[in-house]
Write a protein that binds this ligand. Structure first.
Ligand code: IPE
Ligand code: IPE
Ligand code: MG
Length: 251
C-alpha cells in the first residue's frame, strides 16, 4: 500500500495513470489583484510543484501540463517574451530537483519555434532527467496544438506511403498514435481544466477520446494539493464504460 494514498484518502487501485491539465486562469488571477499578467504566470509556474510532487508521491506515472498553445503565440509580444523567460527559468531552477526526485522531463510541441537558447536548455534538462531511474514523467506541452500535431503526423505517414515504406491500406489507429508527439505515453485518463472554462482549446484531441474530465472554477495559481486530491477522488468514483453497458462491466 502506498502510504501517501492512505494519508490523502485515495484508493490506489482507482488512480489515473496519466493526468493532463489545462493550467488556465493566470491572467485573471493577476488582474483581480491589479497586477501585470506576467505576475500571474509566475504564480502559475509556482503552482506546478504541488501537483508534480503529489503525482510522484501517490504513483501517478504521467503528468502532462498545457503551458503554451500554438494559438498563444498571438498574444502581445511582451507577454510572449515574458513567458519564454519564465520557461527558461523553470528549466534551470527545476533541473536538479527533477533529477533528484527521478522525474523525467518531456516536452511536446513545435520545438523549432523556440529560440536556440531555450531549445538548448530544454534539451539539457531532458537529457539530465533521462539518466537513472524514472519514477514519473512530467510532460510540458509548449507551443503545442493538437491540430498541428495531427497534421505533422499525417505528413509523416503520407511521406512513408509515397516512398512505399508503408501500404496506405495498412494505416491504422496504432500507427497514428505512434506518429503523435505522445507516442511513448498512454492516453490521459483524467483531464483537468481550471478557471471555469469548459473547452479543450486544441489540447490532445486524439488522445482524450475516452478521458474523464474535471472542471473547476479555481484559477490555476490557486490550484493546490487539496483540490487535486478532490479531483482524484472524483475520478475514482467514475465508471469508465468505453462503449459497453454498466452490467457488462460488473461481470
Ligand atoms: C494560462 O493562463 C496560461 C497560458 C495560456 C500561457 P491565461 O494566461 O490564459 O489566463 P487567463 O485565461 O487570461 O486568465
Ligand atoms: C489554453 O488556455 C492554453 C493553455 C493553458 C496553455 P488559453 O487561455 O490559451 O485558452 P483559450 O484561448 O481561452 O481557449
Ligand atoms: Mg486563458
Amino acid at each position: 500500500m502506498n502510504e501517501y494514498c492512505i494519508k490523502y484518502g485515495l484508493n490506489e487501485e482507482r488512480l489515473p495513470q496519466h493526468v493532463a491539465i489545462i493550467m488556465d486562469g493566470n491572467g485573471r488571477w493577476a488582474k483581480k489583484r491589479l497586477w501585470n499578467r506576467l505576475v500571474g504566470h509566475r504564480a502559475g509556474a509556482d503552482a506546478v510543484d504541488a501537483v508534480t510532487t503529489l503525482c510522484r508521491e501517490i504513483g501517478v506515472k504521467y503528468l502532462t501540463l498545457y503551458a503554451f498553445s500554438t494559438e498563444n503565440w498571438n498574444r502581445p509580444e511582451s507577454e510572449v517574451s515574458g513567458l519564454m523567460e519564465l520557461f527558461k527559468e523553470f528549466l534551470i531552477s527545476k533541473r536538479n530537483v527533477l533529477v533528484e526526485k527521478n522525474v523525467r522531463l518531456n516536452i511536446i510541441g513545435e520545438k523549432d519555434k523556440f529560440s536556440p537558447e531555450l531549445l538548448k536548455l530544454m534539451n539539457e534538462t531532458i537529457e539530465a532527467t533521462k539518466q537513472g531511474e524514472t519514477k514519473m514523467v512530467l510532460t510540458l506541452a509548449l507551443s503545442y496544438g493538437s491540430r498541428q500535431e495531427i497534421t505533422q503526423a499525417v505528413r509523416k505517414i503520407a511521406q512513408k506511403a509515397a516512398s512505399h515504406e508503408i501500404d496506405p491500406g495498412k494505416i491504422d489507429e496504432k500507427m497514428i498514435s505512434e506518429s503523435l508527439y505522445t507516442f511513448d505515453m498512454p492516453d490521459p485518463d483524467l483531464v483537468i481544466r481550471t478557471s471555469g472554462e469548459y473547452r479543450i482549446s486544441n489540447y490532445l484531441l486524439w488522445q482524450i477520446a475516452y478521458s474523464e474530465f474535471y472542471f473547476t472554477d479555481t484559477l490555476w495559481p490557486d490550484f493546490k494539493k487539496e483540490e487535486f486530491i478532490k479531483a482524484l477522488q472524483d475520478y475514482a468514483g467514475r465508471e469508465r464504460r468505453f462503449g459497453k453497458t454498466g452490467d457488462q462491466l460488473k461481470k
